[in-house]
Design a protein around this ligand. Structure first.
Ligand code: ADE
Length: 234
């Protein structure tokens, strides 16, 4: 058991899907995994382990934002032996040619968080995803007929920001979308020598205000989960 995850060693698979919302973890376990067992209820941050196509896979809620996600990711890697960690989340598009319902595979993540600035003074560390998992997710998603975008995302500490200037600037630098967790996943995966990947469905367009309906969100979410699960299959 760790401070935040009430599981025993061995309860959690090497491959772990990471939705922000713990109820999404429950939904994934109930709809995609066989024989799923709940191993964590601490703080309501549900975690489950079950079978997908015969392979053990876990799914663990992380909460929102870098500090919360960082706690779960750190403990999953260091205390429970997770080696393949795949965030499955949503993001807001900041490019004209990125559309709601698109699926983004995050190649890298820039951030306004000070985590790495504080830890590695004088260096602008570039958190990047596992090339192996990025390549596989792209191929799996494309085979499933999805419009997969691969590129840079922005992991922001602020959901309700004061202005769009920063996002416009990042858009000009080719950043595809804004979300709130990928930078810490990629940093911790690199730090501890494991594989990290972030797959995101575009739930809203920050510049146009367009949003997906809840039905559309559910459909693209299900497609993304299938991509994530097939990506972590050995
Ligand atoms: N996740 C989904 N949409 C988002 C947005 N607009 N900003 C930050 N995180 C998000």
């Amino acid at each position: 058991m760790t401070v935040h995850i009430g599981a025993k060693k061995g309860d959690i698979a090497e491959a772990v899907l990471l939705p922000g919302d713990p109820l999404r973890a429950k939904y994934i376990a109930e709809n995609f995994l066989e024989n799923a067992v709940c191993y964590n209820e601490v703080r309501g941050m549900l975690g489950f382990t079950g079978l997908y196509k015969g392979q053990r896979v876990s799914v663990q809620g992380t909460g929102m934002g870098i500090p919360s996600a960082g706690i779960y990711i750190h403990e999953l890697i260091n205390e429970f032996g997770a080696t393949d960690l795949v965030r499955v989340g949503t993001c807001g598009a900041i490019q004209n040619d990125v559309k709601v319902r698109d699926v983004i595979v995050a190649q890298a993540a820039c951030t306004d968080s000070a985590i790495n600035r504080n830890a590695y003074p004088g260096i602008d560390y570039a958190p990047i995803g596992s090339f192996e998992l990025i390549k596989k997710a792209y191929e799996v998603g494309t085979d499933q007929g999805l419009h997969i975008r691969v590129g840079n995302v922005f992991s922001s500490d602020v959901f309700y920001s004061d202005g769009l200037d920063t996002l416009k600037l990042l858009g000009k630098l080719g950043v595809l979308a804004v979300e709130m967790e990928t930078a810490v996943l990629y940093t911790l995966a690199a730090k501890f020598g494991v594989r990290g990947l972030s797959i995101l469905t575009v739930s809203d367009h920050v510049m146009t205000g367009e949003q997906t309906t809840s039905q559309e969100r559910q459909t693209t979410f299900n497609q993304m989960i299938e991509v994530a699960l097939d990506t972590v299959l050995k």
